[in-house]
Design a protein around this ligand. Sequence first.
Ligand code: ADP
Length: 418
Amino acid sequence: MTTGLRRELELFLTWMFFMLIVGAVFDGVLVALGTGMLLYIVWTFYNFNRISQWLAKPSKHTPESLGVWDEVFYQLYHLYKRQHRSRRKLASILKRFQKSTQALPYATIVLNANDEIEWFNPAASHMFQLRSQHDVGQRIDNLVRQPKFTNYLMKKKFEKPLEFQINQQQVLLNITPYGNSQHLLSARDITQRNQLDEMRRDFISNASHELRTPITVMSGYIEMLRENEDETTQIPLERIQQQTERMQNIISELIELAKLETSDVIETYEPIDSNKLIDEVFNEAIALDNGVHSLKLSIKPVTITGNYDELRMAFSNLLTNAIRYTPAGKDIELFTESDETGYCVGVRDQGIGINYEHIPRLTERFYRVDEGRSREKGGTGLGLAIVRQVLDRHSATLRIDSKPGQGSVFSCCFQHAN
Ligand code: ADP
């Protein structure tokens, strides 16, 4: 029994004893006890009423009373103080959070389960021209009217960021699900970064185009000189010819890469004649290999969707690499495989293989495991960069599985369209 309840009981018994004495004095014990009881019930209701009034409008002034009521009011007062303190603490955390998100250079918007705006920072207001009084509670796609964005929001596939243009800015936007079906949208202006990228691409493309003509002229003269070569000039002329051919190859691959980087990505590709594509790539490899390796085809029917010429270039680069980096007489296989998620077109070889530390860097421009060997085999260091560029444009991935001395598997893997 709590002290309050014990005190209440003592109070009640004292009161009833008092009423009993009053009843005895005035010769009406039952009436006095009944009246005592009634007054006690009235007192109890009075206190209930005070509690409900306080609960309707809590304040730090709790009523004072006797017995158990005193304890109840005392506990309520402490509960109120605790709640008040934690509310103040929460409010200050929220204030600090809002201050830091307001200072963020990235546009940040909190969306509820119905994509309605719950909160946004000044950077978001500036980027998407939102007004705090009017736009909280509005659906974001009613305010950011951009088909690419609306589509992205509708599809709810937020693993990859979205790049789109709005109010003359190029924006990179991420949406992260959190909390109770809410979403955190963050976006940043990448206009300047894109302009710099464009300048870099233009520079490489222009420089490659500018170099193409003089090298073609040089190569013509070298061929002419080789027709009249003698013993002393034979070796130097041969070397010069090899190097100009190398330069020509590098230039045409640089131009190819620049073309891939600057042309628009097609959102949905059409299925292409996969038998024709694979036959063409395979026959070209047989001609290039000239019987040095045993080339095999292991094909299950797959429906390839994409750009015919780009994919032809990617698969052909993989086969050329396999021919380059596989000792004579070994097997090289062009294969396709598929499952319910997608399909892969790949090349398996029994070549020199690659140590795992190089694998993540192979698609970088001019990255070569063994520069001497690549040069000697006529490599430019750009083949896998082209493959990756083509696959990126097709939302596909390049999988590389290789061990030194045990050969390699390079697979171009595509996901089935939903
Ligand atoms: P390269 O023109 O030098 O072949 P790539 O970009 O095509 O340039 O390939 C980059 C590097 O990856 C190559 O230099 C080589 O070291 C390695 N590589 C590519 N394919 C294979 C393969 N099938 N087997 C072993 N190494 C490979």
